[in-house]
Design a binder for this molecule. Structure first.
Ligand code: PEP
Ligand code: MN
Length: 362
């Protein structure tokens, strides 16, 4: 598969004047007053690059606030003019794209509910073809990396080169402290597959409440994500959508200023020490691999011996003893029990596979 996106670096279309690169604004544009009352203090923080606002809201129930629609695009124009902020809205249909373009919105994003459906993504991307619009693609509601990549590819193939992803967490069947489980391994894998792709994090929709937004924002920075999208409302408790997760502009400013920015490169002394530690890791990994290979050789010997004597592969009592003893030993060494159990189970599975092969070969 061709794992490449033909995109421009983010600083070419969204230069950051402050760190981290911040997109903020209300979940929904509710009224002209609410939009202005939120944009004014956000612009005064000097930290916000882009003002976001939902104009067409995808709601689970039809009774929810469905957005102010076209009228709100005029308010966003005022935000651009008065506060010199770029604007961003969610688009889910070709008509949304057409209207957003007509009113000069700067950046469009595809929401989690749109990205789950390749037909919808295709309709929207056809409407984008031939434009030069920056587009942000949220992850789909369900934890499916390929579906996310597919949407990014569809947008890119429509000729959109100002492209970025937004990680907003995933639906998870079990209860977690989050509204949408972060499952960091998914955005990390996305970054590994597409190192050129900027990935934003949306702590608001991951958390669903104000409490953990700082923690998720810090984690995003520590994982070298390219920026944050955070919902802010001048009066969050009375917001018409997502009231529990929005921050006042002042709270947002405090939170952002409390974050620690870590850079990828440190001083020469730091780099030297890091290099030494890394070479130690390389040596230990080599030993680990050698030991694993030797263990599997012994496992093969046991397999042959069992075969000669017509003994079954799996001897449950022996396995239960191994687990118990190894967990005790690991505990002494300070290893996490859950982690160690997973490692042991994988080693055991591989041992059984090897013995199975020996038992069944001529
Ligand atoms: C939003 O950004 O307000 C929104 C609806 O987000 P998501 O598509 O991530 O649920
Ligand atoms: Mn929202």
């Amino acid at each position: 598969m061709n794992d490449r996106l033909d995109i421009l670096p983010i600083h070419a279309w969204l230069p950051a004047t402050a760190e981290p690169l911040l997109i903020s604004g209300p979940c929904s544009a509710e009224s002209r007053e609410q939009v202005m009352a939120t944009a004014a203090p956000l612009s005064r923080t000097g930290l916000v690059e882009v003002f976001r606002a939902g104009i067409w809201k995808p709601r689970s129930r039809p009774s929810g606030f469905r957005g102010a629609g076209e009228e709100a695009l005029q308010w966003l124009r005022e935000v651009q003019q008065q506060y010199h902020l770029k604007t961003a809205v969610e688009v889910a249909t070709p008509q949304h794209v057409e209207l957003a373009l007509k009113y000069g919105v700067d950046i469009l994003w595809l929401g989690a509910r749109t990205v789950v459906n390749p037909f919808s993504v295709e309709e929207v991307t056809e409407a984008l073809r031939g434009t030069d619009m920056p587009v942000l693609v949220k992850n789909p509601v369900n934890p499916d990396l390929n579906l996310w990549i597919g949407a990014l590819e569809r947008v890119n193939r429509a000729g959109i080169r100002k492209l970025a992803a937004i990680h907003r967490g995933f639906y998870f069947f079990a209860r977690t402290p989050y509204r949408n489980a972060p499952m960091w391994e998914i955005p990390i894998e996305l970054k590994r597959r597409f190192p050129e792709l900027p990935v934003f994090v949306d702590p608001s929709h991951i958390c669903g409440s104000r409490e953990r937004i700082r923690e998720i924002s810090q984690k995003a920075l520590d994982l070298d994500m390219c920026g944050l999208m955070i919902e802010s409302h001048y009066d969050p408790d009375h917001a018409w959508s997502d009231a529990a997760q929005q921050l006042t502009p002042a709270a947002l400013e405090d939170m952002i200023r409390s974050l620690t920015l870590r850079t990828e490169k440190g001083s020469p002394a730091f780099e030297g020490k890091l290099e030494a530690l890394r070479s130690e890791i390389d040596k230990l990994d080599a030993e680990l691999l050698d030991i694993l290979a030797r263990r599997m050789e012994v496992v093969s010997d046991i397999g042959r011996y069992k075969k000669e004597n017509d003994i079954t592969i799996l001897q449950l009592k022996r396995w239960s003893n191994i687990i118990r003893e190894r967990l005790e030993d690991g505990n002494q060494l300070g290893l996490d029990e859950h982690f160690l159990r997973q490692v042991l189970e994988m080693v055991h599975k591989e041992s059984i596979r090897i013995q199975n092969r020996i038992m069944n070969e001529e």
